[in-house]
Ligand binder design. Structure first.
Ligand SMILES: *Cc1c(COP(=O)(O)O)cnc(C)c1O
Length: 357
């Protein structure tokens, strides 16, 4: 038996989640956000299911190229646009649409001798203060893009800072600011990330941009995706590779800072931080062994972690372990480890096998 650190990937769950999101935002088309290797899920396993999206969103050209290699034929939006002028040609060759958020990107499009005309997304900074033009500049940029032979269409985009907080006044302010600019002009509009789709109908507009929710995971703290009928696409699994019986006071792992308070049995699981499991996970973090929840024991190592199975546990070497996914939402593990599900999913490392099921 080889080392067993496997992420089971369910394309059918992604199809199902996409359907839920379409029903939630029935008037909108969907940019499926698949940056960072589809949030750690892998393009290979999901390529066919992603055909159900209208367009895909990635962070850079390499990701667009990887999607094309996986056989995806839909349009792809580069969510941060080009990073240098010499990316214009490969972006055209890969069939990419371009977010335009900076003056130099407009200049680059003005300067290019057009053999290809891009769909562009004019990004307006309505308060996130990350990327985009100040609302006062947006009109002028729209005019300049409109005069470019390398541009065939101009759409509008902004990004919400606080959509995961259900009552936050920021979202209203951002919407008003966006409407004041994009509401006057022609062109499709896109505002909503996953939290916008699920909690802010006013943000749905012409195109929604869900990422996390596509993978079945809730963007709201303290709520699992199942609250919306979403199903986890990834289940991160491993197996028990050894067992230990401990006496009171025996310690487990590096630093010897976890000690048995009663006689107990420890299971060693063949996955660790080298696979992307969070090294800082505290002992109360749940792990699923043979369909029951147990807790971590001691510090997570690079290739292994330990769980407290309890005295007299009859689990055996080779038995299945779920770190998150089926029966243990990644949202729960994120809360227990004081991080967010986005980081857990994208941290799954290259040595975890991604297996489509
Ligand atoms: C990552 C990203 C999204 C998706 O965000 P989620 O919270 O994962 O749904 C949407 N829009 C942009 C511009 C992004 O960078």
């Amino acid at each position: 038996m080889s080392r067993d650190a496997v992420a089971l990937i369910r394309p059918d769950a992604l199809r199902h989640n996409l359907e839920i999101l379409r029903k939630t935002a029935p008037g909108s088309r969907v940019i499926a956000v698949v940056k960072a290797n589809a949030y750690g899920h892998g393009y290979g396993a999901l390529a066919a299911a992603l055909a159900g999206a209208d367009t895909l969103g990635v962070a850079c050209l390499d990701e667009a190229a990887a999607l094309r290699e996986a056989g995806v034929t839909r349009p792809i939006v580069l969510l941060e646009g080009i990073f240098s002028r010499d990316e214009i040609e490969p972006a055209a060759a890969l069939g990419c649409e371009l977010v335009v958020h900076a003056d130099w990107q407009v200049e680059a499009l003005e300067a290019v001798v057009a053999s290809h005309a891009f769909v562009t997304w004019l990004k307006v900074d309505t308060g996130m203060n990350r990327l985009g033009f100040h609302p006062a500049q947006a009109d002028a940029m729209h005019d300049r893009l409109g005069a470019c032979s390398a541009v065939c269409e101009i759409r509008w985009m902004t990004h919400l800072a606080c959509a995961d907080a259900r009552e936050h006044a920021m979202t209203r302010r951002q919407l008003e600011s966006f409407r004041a600019v994009a509401g006057q002009r022609a062109g499709a509009r896109s505002i909503a990330n996953s939290a916008g789709v699920l909690a802010w109908p006013d943000t749905h507009a012409d195109w929604v941009r869900p990422g996390l929710a596509l993978y079945g995971v809730s963007p709201f703290a303290g709520e699992a995706g199942s609250a919306y009928g979403l199903e986890p696409v990834m289940t991160l699994t491993s197996r028990l590779i050894a067992l230990r019986d401990l006496d009171v006071g025996d310690s487990v792992g590096y630093g010897a800072d976890w000690q048995a308070e009663t006689k107990t049995r420890i299971g060693i699981v063949g996955i660790g931080y080298g696979d992307g499991y969070p090294q800082h996970a505290p002992p109360q973090t749940p792990v699923r062994v043979n369909d029951r929840l147990v807790r971590l024991a001691g510090r997570v190592s690079m290739d292994m972690l330990a769980v407290d199975l309890g005295a007299g546990a009859d689990d055996r070497v080779g038995d299945p372990v779920v770190l998150w996914g089926d029966g243990l939402p990644v949202e729960t593990v994120a809360a227990a480890t004081r991080t967010i599900p986005w980081t857990l999913l994208t941290a799954v490392s290259g040595r975890v096998q991604l297996v489509s099921v």
